[in-house]
Design a protein around this ligand. Structure first.
Ligand SMILES: [Zn+2]
Length: 309
């Protein structure tokens, strides 16, 4: 269906749609699966949640489809990562949805970054030389479990304001999530404690929050700048730096081409590890807490193999 005919269909649908049912689940659309997972934790059976991007896709670059407009058209709430993560694809879809409830600034629009701890906020003038995709601070902030908690708090408050009668339910669901998350944080920190200060390289600048929380030292990136593909001179100097610092692990997000990281691994003697930064990045990771369990286990077993401390 073309975007135009899709919009025409929507106009007809709007004219015919009945008023919202007070007992119906709140229809939530999120930009990413991480946000959908957190909304599901807090919203339980009072929400029907769908994400636009899949966890195995690069969230900076998502191909817009007419079906996304249909989802947005009927949504009561849209939750976005913000910090310009979705700037390349989401804003036109929001406008084309013709849904006043979820427009930027409307009560049904939630920017999940509002209360999160954001790293890499640029100071001074921003230029394209800094890279293409992180002009408002690092948008991969959900990879700090405490930011997961802060996102869940924002979601709880927003759902409660949309459905006041269910506020106690959302409170209780949030408290349960918070408890399981706190247990997870203890588990993950203990598992990675022996590897504090371990030097790694990552493909994209996806992991500053994760590295900060779990004490890893990211010494370089396969991309010369965020969103800029690898270049031979950068690759060469990265390999030299990795040999000098004895770096044994390269993390690659599943949606990047493995050619350059594999070559760097071969040259430097480092192990290349595909590690998902999102729920849905691999099929067995279907919840926010599972994402950390999966990634921490993967790292620990790799550090053990490569003879890390
Ligand atoms: Zn990024």
């Amino acid at each position: 269906m073309s975007i135009k005919s899709c919009i025409a269909a929507l106009v007809v649908a709007t004219a015919l749609s009945p008023p919202p049912d007070a007992n119906a689940a709140i229809k939530v659309v999120t930009s990413t699966q991480d946000l959908a997972a957190i909304v599901q934790e807090v919203g339980g059976d009072k929400v029907a949640v769908e994400s636009i991007a899949k966890g195995y896709q690069d969230p900076h670059f998502v191909e817009a489809k007419p079906s996304f407009i249909l989802k947005l058209h009927s949504a009561d709430l849209l939750v976005v990562v913000g910090r310009e993560l979705e700037i390349g694809w989401l804003p036109p879809l929001i406008v084309q949805s013709r849904n006043a409830r979820i427009q930027v600034g409307a009560p049904g629009y939630l920017d999940a970054s509002a209360n999160a701890r954001i790293l890499d906020i640029p100071s001074g003038q921003i230029t394209r030389a800094m890279g293409d995709v992180h002009p408002s601070g690092n948008p991969h902030y959900w990879l700090d479990p405490d930011n997961g908690r802060r996102i869940a708090q924002s979601v709880r408050d927003k759902l409660s304001s949309l459905s006041r009668a269910d506020a106690a339910y959302f409170d209780q669901r949030y408290a349960d999530f918070d408890k399981r998350l706190a247990e997870g944080e203890k588990r993950w920190k203990a598992a990675l404690a022996p590897y504090k200060g371990q030097k790694i390289v990552t493909y994209h600048r996806s992991w500053p929050n994760f590295a900060d929380v779990f004490g890893l030292d990211v010494i370089g990136y396969v991309e010369p700048k965020p969103g800029i593909p690898p270049s031979p001179p950068h690759t060469l100097s990265l390999q030299q730096e990795m040999k000098r610092l004895n770096v044994k692990v390269i993390l690659v997000e599943p949606y990047f081409d493995m050619k350059t990281p594999t070559a760097i691994g071969r040259e430097s003697g480092a192990t290349v590890l595909k590690m998902p930064p999102s729920v849905g990045g691999v099929k067995e990771v279907t919840s926010y807490i599972q994402l950390f369990d999966y990634d921490v286990n993967l790292l620990v077993s790799t550090f053990k193999q490569v003879g890390g401390r």
